[in-house]
Design a protein around this ligand. Sequence first.
Ligand SMILES: [Zn+2]
Length: 199
Amino acid sequence: MICSEYTLESEALCTDCRKKLRPCGNSFYLCHNEEKYLVWSVFYYSNIVKELIIRLKYKSDFMCGEILAKHMLEFVKSNKLQFDLIAYVPMTKKSQKSRGYNQSEFLANYLSRFLNIPVICNLIKTMDTKDQIGLSGEDRWSNMEKCFEVKENKFMQNKNILIVDDVITTGATAFHCASKLKESGINNVCILTIAKSKV
Ligand SMILES: [Zn+2]
């Protein structure tokens, strides 16, 4: 559990809470159908990170969001990640309307503000991915391909893009977003998430 002190000190957890964070140092490649994309995660999905993400995602707790975003920003700087544009994993119009915001967009905007790199909002989610019960493994992967679209934009031709998301589990969502961007003329796509969860 996060103690209540995080609200007192702006954008930071107390020392005890910070000790519970488990940094995830290594990147890995998300590979499928001969495509591969480099993925970085700031933390492992330990209880405290899970709680911060849940508060950002479902409870409109943007203080927790800023704590996470700040760690993400520090990760980008210390690992010297290079990119020209920032994208984020989109939600369907319907889901975004009911939540009121997209937590990944929040993270992307924070990075953009401090790195002075623009956010590009042309990834679109056309279908919700929840209705995949009954589909397993490979079907789930390929079925998800139909959920995302890219609105093409000349500005992004040959650019390097970082896709931001909260948690990576199987990587199917991030993969398809990356793949759609790559298809539309992007030079290189990498993925950065707050947390890496076990499958
Ligand atoms: Zn604390």
